[in-house]
Design a protein around this ligand. Structure first.
Ligand SMILES: Cc1ncc(COP(=O)(O)O)c(C=O)c1O
Length: 356
């Protein structure tokens, strides 16, 4: 591997990996923070680095309490189980991670029924559809207890006025509100860029519409592992019980929490660079026949292309040292470990495929 460090980035000259923002290596500063972290047994609540991360995030996002988890999947599941009982139902998007991409965990492990809804083109769930799918209090139906949203969703930022309206609707019907904020800070950076202000304040404004929020540190923020669930003290106590049951009680977890804490302090504003790289990529891919490029709002570029072409294109790119995914649509994700040179290589490789 021919990796060079470029403004904190580990840019691999051999491969431009745009499959996901989860593929990053910890920066030198992050590794130093991990090495220096004071540790204890977090199952006893004794790990100072875990406790510091939990308090810092809860405070920054405006919640009473927070809980460090190994993964976003576990954090979302603990949230769903904290909000819902056996036989309850949550309203969720067809393409939301908490419905489509978590192995059916809510149903399998929580006995919680999903009510998936189609997304509007902007990624939101139409308010009328949410309202129409809240079940009456009748023995025939599961009890609708929770609205679960995701922001960003497929790289799109849910509009702030939508969040306010969805939250108000949920409240009016007595539903709790959970946000899968795996990429909360990407949304916050985009909101801050559009409206002014700093991304931490924007993140807090987004979170004000939810009873619980799960934030991932192992995506754009560049930590190797870890998510944090935020909520009220009481909700986090319930989630703590589920985390234990699900095998998520980690011991000297501070070595991981320190990486996440470093990311919270040093990687948030930098996400704007990933967004700029995504725009550069989208710009470079525009105008190719058979490839429809969606304008990225954050760090994810989706392209519509014929299914057979997508598979051939992904294979062609791989042979050229550029990695992307093509399950539903062709997808490229920018992150800490790619730079403009890598993005330009990806553009050139796609253009070669189309002989353009
Ligand atoms: C939106 C979203 N939520 C949750 C998760 C789950 O995170 P993890 O892979 O840490 O379980 C992911 C992972 O890609 C995600 O993209």
């Amino acid at each position: 591997m021919n990796a060079s460090t470029n403004a904190g980035r580990n840019v691999d000259a051999a491969v431009v990996d745009l499959r996901s923002d989860t593929v990053t290596q910890p920066t030198a500063g992050m590794r130093a923070a991990m090495a220096a972290a004071p540790l204890g047994d977090d199952v006893f609540g004794d790990d100072p680095s875990v406790n510091a991360l939990q308090s810092a995030l809860a405070e920054r996002l405006g919640f009473e309490a927070a809980l460090f988890m190994p993964t976003g999947t576990q954090s979302n599941l603990c949230a769903l189980m904290a909000h819902c009982q056996r036989g309850d139902e949550y309203i969720v998007g067809q393409f939301a991670h908490t419905y489509r991409w978590e192995g059916g965990g809510a149903a399998v492990l929580g006995s919680i029924q999903p009510q998936p809804l189609n997304h509007a083109p902007d990624g939101s769930l139409p308010l009328a559809d949410i309202e129409a799918n809240i079940k009456p209090d009748d023995a025939h139906f599961a009890r609708t207890r929770l609205l679960a949203l995701e922001n960003t969703i497929g790289g799109k930022v849910l509009p702030m006025d939508y969040l306010a309206a969805a939250s108000e609707l949920a409240r009016r019907h007595g539903l709790a509100r959970h946000l899968d904020g795996a990429r909360l800070f990407n949304a916050a950076v985009a909101v801050a860029a559009a409206e002014g202000g700093d991304p931490y304040a924007a993140a807090r404004r987004i979170c004000a519409h939810f009873d619980s929020v799960s934030v991932c540190f192992s995506k754009g923020l560049g930590a190797p592992v870890g998510s944090v669930l935020c909520g009220s003290r009481e909700l986090i106590q319930r989630a703590h019980r589920s985390r234990k049951m699900l095998g998520g009680g980690m011991r000297q977890a501070g070595v991981l929490a320190a990486a996440a804490h470093h990311a919270l302090d040093h990687q948030v504003t930098r996400l704007a660079e990933d967004h700029a790289l995504a725009s550069r990529l989208a710009e470079g891919l525009r105008g190719l026949p058979g490839l429809t490029v969606e304008a990225p709002q954050t760090n994810i570029v989706f392209c519509d292309v014929d299914k057979d072409i997508a598979a051939a294109l992904v294979a062609h790119l791989k042979a050229q040292g550029v990695l992307a995914t093509g399950l539903y649509k062709l997808r490229f994700v920018t992150h800490l470990d790619v730079d403009a040179v890598g993005v330009d290589r990806a553009i050139a490789a796609v253009r070669r495929f189309f002989n353009a």
